[in-house]
Design a protein around this ligand. Structure first.
Ligand code: RIB
Length: 302
């Protein structure tokens, strides 16, 4: 089995639940304030580690109380933190999240995540068969340096281009598998898309990327549309009652990486990742809602 390296953000998610989201300028009464470990990088690393794959996270924490809590939590999930640096003079990444009716809004303040550097990712020691994963919550030049090293070692590179940001062709050329949702696809390709569009419309937009890249467009409960050599493959999702979708995309990415590190074919890996994400949305919080391999197997045989 390969090893998964995740270069990415680590956040404390400060979550307020309410009956509905406030409109601009409005104040609404909330129900609860909750603190969950999160950050797209940490969530994806927890997903792969809980699914039984050796996982190293590369990132930064502040030397604050959140940083200590996050380190303790991630260690307990089995994530190797040897390449996570404590960084004095800044705070740990913090996300302010509002959840109403299972939907969320998120404001992320990067703190130490903004300082993850090319030197930090240079410490990863890759072997063939490993998988390198990143997202857009650390500096883009750092991601490029990470993927350049991974590619040189024959490692599969997975980019989850979230949150939506413009990326240059040089970075995208280093990506083997691009995973994004409808909004991020619209943003990166300059296409007007809505989440109710037909899959064929997403396939058309995703053809803007080079044909050597696998593009996976996550469609929530509708599943995932993958483009392999520009040919569409739709893997349906599972209808479940969602209570909190925060981290579901990260769960999908981590689960897919775990299966590819285990040598599974893409179609099976996508079905597995859909099942994992369907479990995640039925639990509160980001990193704590990642399923174990047993949880996913139970869903797949049901
Ligand atoms: O993808 C969900 C994550 O986005 C949250 O955990 C939050 O920290 C933000 O990074």
């Amino acid at each position: 089995m390969g090893h998964v390296f995740v270069a990415g953000s680590i956040n404390m998610d400060v979550v307020a639940t309410a009956e509905r989201h406030p409109r601009i300028g409005e104040t609404v009464a909330g129900d609860a304030v909750l603190y969950f470990p999160g950050g797209k990088g940490a969530n994806q690393a927890v997903a792969t580690a809980k699914l039984g794959v050796p996982t190293t996270l590369i990132g930064r924490l502040g030397t604050d109380a959140f940083g200590q809590e996050l380190r303790t939590f991630l260690t307990a999930q089995g994530v190797d933190l040897a390449l996570v640096k404590d960084t004095p003079g800044t705070h740990s990444g913090t996300a302010i999240i509002t959840i109403a009716d299972a939907d969320n809004t998120i404001v992320v303040v990067p703190g130490a995540n903004a300082l993850v550097s090319a030197d930090d990712v240079a410490a990863a020691v890759f072997a063939k068969g490993d998988v390198a994963v990143s997202q857009f919550e650390i500096p883009l030049p750092t991601i490029a340096a990470f993927f350049k090293r991974a590619r040189a070692a024959g490692v599969t590179t997975i980019l989850n281009s979230a949150p939506a940001k413009q990326a240059d062709a040089e970075l995208l050329d280093l990506v083997d598998i691009l995973i994004l949702n409808e909004t991020e696809l619209g943003f990166l390709t300059g296409t007007e898309l809505s989440d109710s569009d037909e899959p064929a419309r997403f396939a058309e937009a995703a053809r803007a990327f080079t044909r050597d890249k696998i593009v996976c467009v996550t469609l929530g409960k509708r599943g995932v549309l993958a483009l392999v050599e520009r040919r569409p493959l739709l893997v349906p999702g599972r209808e479940v009652k969602a209570i909190d979708t925060t981290g579901a995309g990260d769960c999908f990415v981590g689960a897919l990486a775990s299966q590819l590190a285990g040598g599974k074919p893409l179609r099976d890996a996508l079905a597995y990742a859909n099942a994992a994400a369907s479990i995640c949305v039925q639990r509160m919080g980001a990193a704590p809602s990642m399923p174990t391999a047993k949880d996913v197997e139970d869903v797949l045989v049901a």
